[in-house]
Design a binder for this molecule. Structure first.
Ligand code: NAP
Length: 283
């Protein structure tokens, strides 16, 4: 019997990961025989874990917090979007060459535009956070030609570094949270890890434009703090990042296996028992 193709997600912590379930649902949909596991890997163990996984016949990996920069350094070859972002969330062996890509940006964009029906063109967009996720989403967002992107981060120097890195692709400003004016934004994306500690960044009232939307890259079975903040601020749509998670996974699956799964039934299934999504109201 031919062994199943083995994929995995590495991260720390990882027990909460929905990726094994998502990839098994994709495989069932496409009648593929795969095994997808979640492995707790600390940054200092990353290199050994990658080698051991490959020695055991592993075909491809996803990397999540805090390993995306280590994966970027480990890849022998990079996609343009991974090179631009400086972070890798998808690895695949091509013979013994390790190819690195970043599917976070395209995943977010597909969720915003295809699933939620939003347009980013000529919009004012605020990104909270300047970590790995923000790096991954900035390029694809700027390709949509927004009027302006403001990056606000707790550590201002990291926001400035990101703004410099992407400056040639559009109008980007970097600010600290204390410099955020109540100038309304059409879309506010929370790409901070504050929610993992039960916090949201300190935000003034009046940031959400009339008809504006809020999107938390974090997700949970209950509305996240930021999703609740957005609703309290009168956002037309305030939702979490489950759709992005499924979309970035589908893009990884496409890279590994050459076929893109249909994401909608998978998102619907994962939402069952969780919070309903406000898809009826669009920006
Ligand atoms: P990261 O590289 O560790 O960056 C964390 C960011 O959050 C930094 O900008 C950090 O600011 C900021 N931060 C951390 N704690 C904060 C606090 N208490 N208050 C304000 N800012 C705080 O993490 P990441 O990879 O970018 O991930 C960020 C979030 O996106 C996580 O919740 C992750 O689960 C989510 N995510 C979701 C998806 C998806 O598919 N839905 C994909 C990728 C990431 P400093 O620079 O000042 O430290």
């Amino acid at each position: 019997m031919t062994p199943s193709d083995h994929y995995a997600v590495f991260g720390h912590p990882i027990s909460h990961s929905k990726s094994p379930r998502i990839h098994q649902l994709f495989a069932r949909q496409l009648n593929d025989d795969i095994v997808y596991t979640a492995q707790d890997v600390r940054p200092e163990c990353f290199e050994v874990a990658v080698r051991t996984f490959r020695a055991g016949g592993g075909k491809g990996l996803n990397c999540t917090v805090p390993l995306k920069e280590a994966a970027f350094r480990r890849a022998d070859e990079l996609s343009d979007r991974a090179r631009l972002s400086g972070a890798v969330n998808t690895l695949m062996w091509r013979d013994e060459h390790l190819f690195g890509d970043n599917t976070d940006g395209v995943g977010l964009l597909r969720d915003l535009t295809l699933n939620l029906g939003l347009s980013l063109e000529d919009r004012r967009i605020l990104i909270l956070g300047a970590g790995g996720a923000a790096r991954g989403i900035l390029g694809p967002i700027l390709e949509q030609r927004p009027e302006e992107v403001v990056i606000a981060n707790r550590t201002l120097s990291r926001a400035r570094e990101l703004a410099r890195r992407f400056a040639s692709l559009g109008t980007i400003t970097a600010v600290g949270f204390d410099q955020l004016e109540a100038k309304p934004f059409d879309l506010i994306l929370n790409a901070t890890a504050a929610g993992l500690k039960g916090e949201i960044p300190p935000l003034p009232d009046g940031l959400v434009a009339t008809g504006g939307c809020c999107y938390d890259l974090m997700y949970g079975d209950q509305p996240t703090l930021f999703v609740r903040w957005g609703r309290a601020q009168g956002a037309k749509l305030s939702t979490d990042g489950l759709g992005m998670l499924v979309e970035q996974a589908a893009e990884a699956y496409l890279i590994w296996r050459g076929r893109r799964p249909d994401t909608r039934p998978v998102i619907a299934l994962l939402r069952q028992g969780g919070q309903p999504r406000q898809t009826e109201r669009k920006c």
